[in-house]
Structure formats: C-alpha cells, structure tokens
Design a protein around this ligand. Structure first.
Ligand SMILES: Cc1ncc(COP(=O)(O)O)c(C=O)c1O
Length: 467
C-alpha cells in the first residue's frame, strides 16, 4: 500500500525553538518612565486634521488654539473676580510674545507686563497704550524710562539706582510719576528671589519707600512681588499676600503714601510634568480656584480694617504667564530616522529638537502619536535634528515601534518656547493659530536664509569666500 499522507495521519510540523524572553508588562500604569501614553493618540487639533496642517505648512509645526487661550483667560478672570472684584491681569510678555497671542489676551482684558526695552516697544507696536503697560525688570535704561514715564506706564522699581534714575527723569520733565516698589522676602515656602526688588526683612524696602516719599515728583502707589515660578503650594501665595499687606500697612503708617494696588506677579504651575516629579501634573498642580482662594482670602482679611476706615481695597494685579498659555499650544514633529543604540534601546531622530523646545531641559512633555501604534512599547530615546549631543527631547519614553514619517505631538508647549527658542543650526518653523471657527492662520512664518542673515553685513574684502 502506498504511504499516502492524509489530513488524518499528517504529523504536526516541528516547531522551531525560540529563546524565551521575559519583559515587564506595562499597560498604562505608572513606572519609572512615567505613565505610558502610546495607547492614546490624537489626529486633530480643535477639529482640524494634523495631517492637513503638516501637508499645508510643513513639519515641524507649532499650533496654538485661540479657543483654549480665550477659555483659559476667561476662566482665570472669572475665578478671581468671583472672589475679589477689583482684579487686573497683566500678560507676561516673556512667556509668549507672539503678537497674535498677546492680542488675544489683550482683547480678553489683560494689560501688558513687560521687562525690557524690546518688550515695551513690542507692546506699543501691538497697540497697547503706555498706561496699560506694567514695566518690570532690573534693566530699564534712561531712554525707555523716559518713554514709559511720558506714557504713564506702571513702573515697578527694581533697585536703588533705578529709583535715582526715575527721580532724575521726573525732575527733568517736571512731571509727577506714580511708582511701584518691587519687594523680595522669604515666604517660607519658596526660595526667595532676592536678586529682584528691595528686601523687606532687612529694612531696605522701607528705606526705599522713605526715599520715594521724600522725593519731589515720585508717588508710591503700588507694591509688587513675584515669588517664583511653577509654584505648587498655594499657601506660598497666602504668605506672600500677608507679608505684602503688612508691609503696605507699615509704609502707609510711616510714610505719606497711599497704596492703590498690590501686584503678586505670576508663578501658577501649568499642567506640565516637571522632571523629577513622579506624579502626573493632574495630581500635583493646584487648580486656579486653590490659588485664588489662597490669595484672596488673605487679601480680604488683611484689608478689612482699611475698608472699615472708608478706603477701597487695593486693586489685585496678577501677571500669570505659563498657567494661561502653556496648554494652548503643541509642537508637531515628524520622525526622520529610526535607530538602534548599542545598549539595545530604540532611538528616533525627529525634525524638532531643543532649538525649538527649550523647555525640554526641565519638563517631560506629553508625547502623543497621531495614529494608534501597534506593538510592544519599548524604551526609546527621542533625539532632535541638531548635530549636538545635548539635543535630546526625551531621554527615555516607552513607545511602540514607530515609522519614519510618523508624527508626534509634544504638549503643552505654549510657555517660554516661542520666546526662548534658538535660531541654532536649523530654521524656526511656522507657528499656526487655529481660530474658533476652525480657520487657520500662520501667525509666525517659517524662517529662511534671508531672515537669518538679514542683520549680517559683509565687509567689502570678505564678500568672496575664495580669492
Ligand atoms: C515679574 C514676572 N511676572 C510674571 C512672570 C510670569 O511667571 P509665570 O509664567 O510663572 O506665571 C514672570 C516670570 O518669571 C516674572 O518674572
């Protein structure tokens, strides 16, 4: 009988042996790499497809949501005004001074808070009148101070030499000038930023107040302090306001001044992951309501006596930066190459690096794919395009295999990137704003060679590279 192989007598094929591997199961739980996010993805911003944005405007790309920006500002105002009606916001230009961003916030009622000649001029060029500018910073030169005084800006005096300079200008112009003292002190919660302003504990601030009130044209009408940034403890603000109110009472009692406003600066944390903080920002960052309660409860308590004497409470001024703008902007970057490092880790080269995302030095930004990624998540390093070893957007993140040409969204990136980014090795890309009706505007055009070399001048004998 022939040896016929039938379905019934077929021997199962011998399986090839595979070396077993053991790997930890990471299914979205918190690990030393942070929470895995690869199983979340997003293909649009405010309903506009990311693919269309990249097709039309290139990659990398910054994208800002006008709706989110307005919503954030409205919420901040609502929360504070509900607790303390006389509140004013100054938009901290250094956080993001793209004109479109500033003007959205000005339209929502914010004044401009500037810290340099350039920022002052930028605010004025956007149409902000001088008397809606709060002028901070340790380096205000005579030229810009003369302008600011003539235009009735709120000038916050940083040091004694500036006080003398302002006094000198006021005498020269024969003009009364309302000024604010910037204070520094120890809240017990934050590292004092004692390099700015006048120290309260040592008596320096009171001496400066005396000096102002003895001056012919200067009028002390405001107190300012900015106790730090990304402050995770609302009680730091309670301590700040208490110290400022006590100082206000002292200067009003001891000198012939009346304080009209107390400016508590910025510093509220945004929903970003500070490196070294284990828990996700949703768990560690206080709400705007918590910050507002901490500030206004103490301000109301300490100004009660003033109200009893028939005087209005001082205006509360806030210069909130990152908490307004950070989560309104994302950076979209494309995978340019895929690598295996000698130690076995995956690495990808992106078209955006620390030149664009300066805050990658201290944040672990959220990284979201723009399509669902299949496969096992593996430890991956995210490199930027620069030929510099420091160009690492993330030293370690769990990501499934990703293809060249795939896009990743980095968020939140709205604070301190479009101001601290570097024109270094690469051109800076387009910045888009998606408006509330889902139309899209380029609010800062991508650079090219002519932009980068615009200020250069070649001496005649250097016009040719070779003789
Ligand atoms: C004087 C002043 N006001 C406001 C801000 C904005 O701070 P933040 O972005 O932390 O709210 C800063 C930033 O350092 C500042 O120096």
């Amino acid at each position: 009988m022939n040896n016929v192989t039938t379905e019934a007598n077929r021997k199962p094929a011998k399986k090839t042996w595979k070396k077993p591997t053991i790997s930890p199961v990471r299914s979205g739980i918190q690990s030393k790499f942070g929470a895995t996010t690869h199983n979340q993805w997003k293909d649009n911003i405010d309903g506009v497809l990311i693919k269309d944005l990249i097709d039309n405007h290139g990659s990398p790309l910054f994208v800002i949501s006008e709706k989110k920006l307005r919503d954030n500002m409205r919420r901040l105002k609502r929360v504070f005004k509900a607790r303390y009606p006389d509140v004013l916001f100054g938009w901290s230009y250094k956080t993001n001074y793209l004109g479109a961003v500033c003007n959205v916030l000005h339209q929502e009622g914010s004044w401009a808070e500037v810290v340099s000649n350039f920022e002052y001029e930028k605010a004025r060029s956007l149409g902000v009148p001088g008397d809606k500018i709060i002028f901070n910073g340790p380096y205000k030169t005579r030229h810009i101070l003369v302008t600011a005084i003539n235009e009735n800006a709120r000038i916050h005096i940083d040091h004694i030499d500036e006080l003398y300079l302002i006094e000198d200008i006021s005498n020269e112009l024969n003009k009364d000038v309302k000024v604010t003292l910037r204070l520094n002190f120890d809240t017990g919660y934050t590292e004092p930023w004692s390099r700015f302003g006048f120290n309260v504990e040592s008596g320096q601030a009171l001496n400066a107040a005396w000096r102002i009130t003895s001056s012919k044209h200067l009028k002390l009408t405001g107190l300012h302090s900015h106790i730090g940034t990304f402050i995770l403890e609302p009680l730091a603000y309670s301590a700040q306001v208490r110290i400022m109110c006590e100082f206000m009472k002292t200067v009003e009692d001891k000198t012939a001044c009346e304080i009209d406003y107390i400016d508590v600066g910025g510093g509220f944390a945004s929903l970003n992951s500070l490196q070294g903080i284990y828990l996700p920002p949703e768990q560690v960052v206080p709400s705007i309501e918590q910050y507002a309660d901490a500030i206004t409860s103490v301000l109301l308590e300490y100004t009660e006596e003033r109200v009893a004497r028939g005087r209005p409470r001082p205006q509360l001024v806030l210069e909130t930066g990152r908490a307004v703008v950070d989560d309104t902007e994302v950076l979209i970057s494309s995978v340019f190459a895929d690598k295996k490092l000698p130690d076995g880790r995956n690495a990808i080269v992106l078209d955006a690096g620390v030149n664009l995302l300066f805050t990658a030095f201290w944040y672990n930004h959220h990284v979201t794919p723009t399509r669902p990624l299949d496969g096992r998540a593996e430890e991956t390093v995210l490199y930027g395009p620069l030929c510099m070893n420091i160009d690492v957007l993330r030293a370690s993140i769990m990501l499934p295999p990703i293809n060249v040409g795939d896009t990743l969204i980095f968020s939140p990136v709205g604070a301190y990137n479009n101001t601290q980014w570097l024109q270094f090795i690469e051109y800076r890309p387009n910045v888009l704003m998606i408006h509330e009706d889902q139309t899209v505007s380029v609010i800062r055009e991508a650079e090219d060679l002519s932009v980068v070399t615009a200020q250069e001048r070649l001496p005649e004998h250097l016009k040719k590279p070779f003789k």
